[in-house]
Design a binder for this molecule. Sequence first.
Ligand code: MN
Length: 222
Amino acid sequence: MGIRLANTWMERARHMKTPDIRLYKNDLPDGLVFKDAIAVDSEAMGLNPHRDRLCVVQLSGGDEICHLVQFELGTTQAPNLQRLLEDDKVVKIFHYARFDVMLLKQALGIRVNPLYCTKIASRLARTYTDSHSYKSVCLELVGVQISKVQQSSDWGADILSEEQLIYAATDVLYLHKIREKLNIILAREGRLGMAQACFDFLHTRTDLDLEGWLDKDIFAHA
Ligand code: MN
């Protein structure tokens, strides 16, 4: 099912382009092909993956299309999504990959790889600021003002609102551009290797999170 959402007052207010949103249930359709990198985000009922179910996964190939998969209660497998997210020829770009990678592991048994996290990249590149939220990097690196108002909303609803769909799409539409900008700074500052090592560590970090060390820094002295 493809939906072309109409312009709304909220988008016009923020000078955003209308995203082209394709909505699916429980898995991606057969035959979708992506190039070398896809932007990925997810929405859940809350922040505890042992309690809160996965509701939505959003993907974008770096064009203005957002593929949005909505999950019904009890879904434990999504073979097409799994194939794509585990495809070692396609980099998966997240903002704060730690949460989404943990959630996808817990909910669907997917080990997302290879990874790029724009939040980690921003922390290593933009050492002149403490603002590394998606909203902050969008504003500084892409020049767009986004809204996080729908972040706390009922993502388990059978029918998602137009505001939720647009919010969900917004969370993946700028990640390619952000990665490109951050890589320029990381290369200039000699930190691309350190960034890659951090991305590679995300699997160990999310395994620790799921197995009981979520709020512990195992490298800390005390
Ligand atoms: Mn999101």
